[in-house]
Design a protein around this ligand. Structure first.
Ligand code: PLP
Length: 435
């Protein structure tokens, strides 16, 4: 197979948080080329995930691409023509990955993932830029986070670069048809996942696993009239806890949250704002990170605040991280952007903060804006929070697109994703070669 062309080169980004770095080091040390003693005393080499071994079988029954804005597009059920699969076993390591027609998997009913939640996933997007190019956004970070997640649930390790090459290959195969050039700004949702397929029913580390990647049609979810409405979680439920796995994108975090989410939707809310503990510590909004812009109680300084990652009860979002980095470089007190645009500089704070503090800021007129940040919802202004039966209305700007800081972050990120960025962060858009 011809080598896969990717620009820029797939270097590991240096800005990895402590949390992720530790997870990765651990996982890589386990997935390093290893030699195992087999039962007859011979030494067997276990194969690594290797994208250069990819086999390709193209579909003979191509699917049709849903119209923009159609119900089909919004259904989140339509996948593109192809998918990636790679099998792993403890004995042999990774088999050659394949690019094949999209379709059902075949699993034994005793498979580990169907009983013990040996499953994890990632969420990314492939964008059609205004310059006609296909781009991924900081995909190296997703591939590394996937490795961290697999490690948390005893699924096999792999070199994140190899996963990225497979994702790029799938995007280069299906991107041109499913994101035609006359649809600038459109995107596909990329879902890599890994499951334990070991069909021994006992509770144990899976000895077999399957990695797969698909591309799904998705309608934009960031333009919600009136902004996102959040219902704060009750004190009888939490999403994640210290010592748990809230920091990993494992399926076990999401199923149990759906009862609360369903109740919230019945009451007219979009998502749960997950609180933790007696102090009502803010963690996340659904499967997005949560930010507020407020004036500090002590001195009225403008601050952007989000939960820190220290207790491992919050997911280290790529959107969260990028938002923090952009705000720190572009809107600090010395930033040229802030000065040029006449925006008041903001201090960027990652710390433990509580719903009680948000309520107090709201009461005292210090709460300026709030937004949710994640790949699926992108940057979505939050207009309403209900907490213990009390309602907080938050400004989402005259046009409903978010207050000026929310709107600014959204524009910066969107420009990078769609090839119109300038300056810091522009290198975060990775172009997928379609030739
Ligand atoms: C995926 C996810 C996010 C957002 O992460 P991104 O990398 O920005 O998409 C935030 N919180 C949770 C719980 C998530 O699952």
């Amino acid at each position: 197979m011809a080598p896969i062309a990717i620009t820029p080169p797939l270097n590991i980004e240096p800005t990895v948080s402590e949390l992720t770095a530790q997870g990765i080091q651990h996982a890589l040390s386990k997935s390093a080329p290893s030699h195992q003693k087999s039962h007859n005393g011979l030494v067997a080499k276990v194969a690594q995930l290797d994208a250069s071994l990819l086999t390709t079988a193209l579909t003979t029954s191509p699917r049709s691409v849903p119209d923009m804005g159609s119900a089909e597009m919004a259904s989140q059920k339509v996948c593109t023509d192809h998918m990636i699969q790679a099998q792993w076993s403890e004995e042999r390591g990774w088999e050659a990955p394949s690019l094949q027609p999209y379709g059902p998997l075949s699993l034994m009913p005793t498979s580990s993932c169907l009983h013990y939640a040996t499953q994890c996933f990632e969420g990314m997007k492939l964008y059609r830029g205004h310059d006609g190019k296909l781009r991924l956004f900081r995909p190296q970070l997703n591939c590394k986070r996937m490795l961290m997640s697999t490690t948390r649930i005893a699924l096999p390790g792999f070199q994140p670069e190899e996963l990225l090459k497979l994702i790029v290959k799938l995007c280069a195969t299906d991107g041109p048809k499913w994101l035609p050039k006359d649809r600038p700004g459109a995107f596909l949702y990329i879902r890599p996942a890994m499951i334990g397929t070991d069909f021994a029913l006992g509770v144990q580390r899976p000895r077999e696993a399957l990695l797969f990647v698909m591309l799904t049609c998705f309608a934009p979810m960031d333009d919600i009239p009136g902004g996102v409405k959040l219902l704060a979680s009750q004190d009888d439920m939490c999403r994640a806890w210290p010592g748990g796995f809230g920091y990993a994108k494992v399926g076990a975090n999401y199923g149990p949250s759906l009862v609360a989410q369903g109740e919230a939707r019945e009451k007219g809310f979009h998502q749960i704002l997950w609180l933790f503990g007696d102090d009502c510590v803010i963690t996340e909004a659904g499967a997005s990170n949560f930010f507020v812009v407020w004036r500090a109680k002590e001195d009225g300084r403008l601050q952007v605040v989000t939960a820190d990652l220290n207790e491992k009860i919050v997911l280290d979002g790529v959107t969260r991280r990028s938002t923090l980095e952009l705000l720190r470089t572009r809107l600090s007190s010395t930033s040229a952007t802030a000065i040029r645009d006449g925006l008041e500089p903001v201090e960027v704070v990652e710390r433990k903060f509580t719903m009680l503090e948000i309520e107090e800021a709201h009461r005292e007129g210090r709460l300026v804006e709030a937004f949710a940040a994640g790949t699926a919802w992108f940057i979505a202004p939050v207009g309403h929070i209900q907490f213990r039966g009390r309602d907080l209305q938050i400004d989402i700007g005259a046009d409903g697109l978010g207050g000026q800081y929310t709107a600014r972050v959204k524009t910066w990120l969107k420009n990078i994703m769609l090839g119109e960025g300038d300056g810091i962060g522009n290198e975060w858009g990775v172009v997928v070669d379609e030739s």
